[in-house]
Design a protein around this ligand. Structure first.
Ligand SMILES: C[S@@+](CC[C@H](N)C(=O)[O-])C[C@H]1O[C@@H](n2cnc3c(N)ncnc32)[C@H](O)[C@@H]1O
Ligand code: SF4
Length: 415
């Protein structure tokens, strides 16, 4: 009943992020005015992959070297526009797509970032196929601090259903072990509740992860936008959210037993210096690249998903933003609440500093709901309880699913 209720409210809130003004003047983003001198992280989207997984809702295209080289030139141009507006970044996240498809360009772009900013932390996503000895060496040379590998599953039948090309599970495991200990944080991604995936298969994945002795894993509930959901259901089986809580139970039970702590509702870590997802650590972030989004002081910006349009705009010295929404005060507060609860705690003092002394009263209904049903506990800092973790996971899933619908629309219409 509680998961259904939070799901309903989050989907309604998430849909609002899809109502965008078609374009914005370049003057709207100004780093100094918006606090760009600190506390903002940079997300860099690299939208190329060697093969396209059918379930994936991110902006991605088949790798083409010429297009990718042109893309890096455009990325630099886009970044320069932010530098001119007074932005500076210390924490940088490369996501995709597959950021390692063109290592020489990646390396020179990171060198450029380091020359511009005082970079303290670089995170990067890649796939098991890209995790070669040579690439690990290069990524270390580039100073990557957190490396995240999308394994999705070690189970052959699950990967086959997903249409995911990973190579044999034993090879994937030995590649992960080769990377273990080489970075401050090594993270492995899994997907759960995929149509046809059994609880036994997922339990085996979690056990295999623990056996490898890696310090961090992120478990993504399958997030299917309506289009993808239809396509998947035609191809495989029903996307059944009623099984999701059972999968989630496996995660919490097995990870806690293994000495891991939840750093988000999906990410479990152990050890000293674990770096989490940028959405949690930073209230504001700028996304550059085709199909990335930015959140800056209650403004939501969407970049063009079309590689050609992105090239056209960035190449002409314009921000490639094609959609913008100024969140209302309530939307902004609810987005803040969602991201903080996803990160397992809400600091009331930090909430007040950001939104003013009466921010708590403006979130009275939401906070009363979470407290009354025992989903959070504490006073000055509210912590998500064991009972609250699954509802929080549902909230984030539905928020991302709403964004996926936006992504799908933009990709389909090449906006
Ligand atoms: C966008 S991928 C980038 C990393 C890399 N390309 C890969 O596939 O490993 C980051 C993670 O998003 C997750 N993901 C992608 N599509 C998803 C979907 N429809 N539902 C849930 N998780 C998804 C996968 O776990 C993946 O590892
Ligand atoms: S899941 Fe990763 S490799 Fe597969 S298409 Fe998406 S971004 Fe590319």
């Amino acid at each position: 009943m509680i998961p259904e209720l939070v799901s309903f409210v989050t989907r309604r809130e998430g849909r609002k992020f899809r109502h965008l003004s078609p374009a914005v003047g370049d003057s709207i983003i100004n780093g100094e005015e918006l606090g760009g001198k600190g506390g903002i992280s940079l997300y860099v989207h690299i939208p190329f992959c060697r093969s396209l997984c059918p379930f994936c809702c991110f902006n991605r295209y088949l790798f083409d070297e010429d297009l990718a080289r042109r893309y890096y030139i455009d990325l630099k141009k886009e970044l320069e526009l932010y530098i001119r507006r007074g932005f500076s970044f210390s924490s940088i996240y490369f996501g995709g797509g597959t950021p390692t498809v063109l290592m020489d360009e990646l390396s020179s772009f990171i060198r450029y970032l380091r020359a511009q900013f005082n970079v303290s932390e670089v995170s990067l996503e890649t796939t098991p196929r890209e995790l070669t000895e040579q690439n690990i060496g290069l990524l270390k040379e580039m100073g990557i601090n957190r490396l995240s590998i999308g394994v999705q599953s070690f189970e052959e039948p699950v990967l086959k259903t997903m249409g995911r090309v990973n190579g044999p599970a034993d090879e994937v495991k030995s590649r992960l072990l080769m990377a273990e200990g080489q970075f401050d944080t090594l993270n492995v991604d899994f997907v759960f509740n995929f149509p046809g995936q059994t609880i036994e298969q997922f339990t085996a994945d979690v056990a295999a992860f623990k056996e490898l002795g890696i310090d961090q894993a992120t478990f993504y509930p399958l997030m299917a936008s309506p289009h993808k959901k239809d396509a998947m259901e035609r191809k495989f089986n029903r996307v059944d959210n009623s099984r999701e809580q059972q999968f989630y139970g496996v995660i919490t039970r097995e990870l806690y037993r293994g000495g891991y702590k939840a750093s988000t509702a999906w990410c479990f870590s152990r050890g000293e210096r674990m770096i989490d997802e940028y959405i949690i650590e930073f209230d504001d972030y700028i996304g550059i690249g085709s199909g990335s989004v930015s959140i800056v002081r209650g403004n939501f910006f969407v970049n063009s998903f079309s590689l050609d349009r992105y090239h056209e705009l960035a190449g002409a010295g314009r921000l490639p933003i094609v959609g913008w929404r100024k969140l209302s005060e309530k939307e902004n507060l609810r987005y803040y609440l969602l991201t903080k609860l996803f990160g397992m705690k809400l600091d009331i003092e930090a909430l007040r500093r950001r939104f003013g002394n009466n921010a708590q009263s403006k979130l009275w209904t939401e906070l009363a709901f979470f407290k009354t049903f025992g989903l959070v506990s504490g006073n000055g800092v509210l912590h998500v309880t064991g009972k609250g973790m699954y509802p929080v996971s549902v909230m984030m899933r539905d928020f991302f699913a709403a964004l996926n619908t936006l992504r799908e629309h933009c990709i389909e219409h090449q906006i």
